[in-house]
Design a protein around this ligand. Sequence first.
Ligand SMILES: [Zn+2]
Length: 246
Amino acid sequence: MDCSDCGFEVSADVQKLLGEVESAFGRDIPLRRLDPGHRFYRYGGTTKLNADDVAILCGGSWSLYDLAHELLHLKRYCSGIPLAVFNNPQMLQLWTSKVENYLEHHAIFPALAEMQTGVDPYRSDDEQAALRSFRDLCEGTGGDPRDRRINIALAAWQVHLTKKDKALLREYDEAARKSDKKAHEMSRTLLETVEEHGIKTASAKATVLQNVRRTLALPWRGPLEQIVPTGSPKGPWFTRRTFGKL
Ligand SMILES: [Zn+2]
């Protein structure tokens, strides 16, 4: 990646991180601008991670924070942190956009907070709007009622993984407990498994993913896969290796 294409000055620590990820893949990571009509444009940035195409895609509010954020995701994946693989659209929605995202953000936020990008990852979104929609979910006026319990448990868990404001955490816990005791208990169990095992290593993350699936009583089972960079400047960026089962 040519840092001069970023549109902002890339700090030394983020340049070092970029160097580590590019050397794992054995080639430059391209930076592409998203079209304003693209569904991810409203995000600062996102990562494309296909075996034949790895890239960082930048949206409307692209910043140094987004570059560091996407690179930290890529660094975890290139170092063999496993992901669950499946082709069921409902699981894709639940697992990729929620469980994986929450856990990976929990994993990268400490390093991201240290990089001084000008944004505190623990305070990077509209917390009051998120709390309002969580309360709507708890009161049964938002979300699909069939998945309500799982959604309450996941949202109450997520806030503990990605926020530090104790008063905010208490508000989520109280809303969850008042609405559905069982959902609140599930969120505690999910948090305990992360606290017990951590998610720093491939095997710790696999254990946590297995426990999450069990706690949520999800009927779906599938393989966990690691990304193995080929390290070659040509051909596929990586191969996949099975790393246990969910
Ligand atoms: Zn992210």
